[in-house]
Design a protein around this ligand. Sequence first.
Ligand code: CA
Length: 254
Amino acid sequence: MSVRAPGPIAGNGERILVVEDEPAFAELIALWLERHGWQPRIAPDGAHALRAVEEDPPDLIVLDLSLPRVDGWHVMERVRSHSLVPIIVVTARGSEADKVRGLATGADDYVTKPLSFPELVARVAAALRRARGGPVANGDAATIDLPGIRIDGQGHRVEVDGLAVHLTPTEYRLLRHLAARPGALVARGELLVAVWGSGYREDHHLLRVAIRNLRAKLAATAPGRRFIETEYGLGYRFAAGGEPGEADGAASDG
Ligand code: CA
């Protein structure tokens, strides 16, 4: 899987916090980011990371999940309790559970070790672009009011049957894009481009994980109803009101 940037990448000096405990590896990441026009700063562990975020908030965080003492999960939870700064987590290759949990905890994206530096650079650029565009990529601030679900485009709040559902910025964008056309099949590539950016069209795995997390959150509020239907191999369809039947959380994620 690779993510390509639409053109040459040239950062605007955005400040990037690299949280990584292996010094040589951290330096290498920093070097790649610097070459592309960003200002990296290294935090060698979770405690330093939390202090750095508080004292001088970065524009983006590259976060290794396995850190000594305060681990990456704890850092992410603490940062997410007060900030929507984009977070890209670095996970061990093949750790599906880490990817699912990472995106559910509030990561915007992930890269797997061993790291492809050009891929990291492309993902950083895409995450910064999304952050500039705000929580909704197309800037749509209208409220979507459907049977059983309400999506407030101003406050980025989601309610199912009047109960708040707490979504990450990425989950919010995903739900919003699906719910904008209830009943219509939305192709995987379209969702990936709309929610993550133009380099992500083929990243079906990322979409599958994010849909799984979104379904689990909706199902926790509305058990036994299914808001997102899978068209296997094609895409997803939003069912206003939630079709009765198998709960979203348990559903196949195609
Ligand atoms: Ca590590």
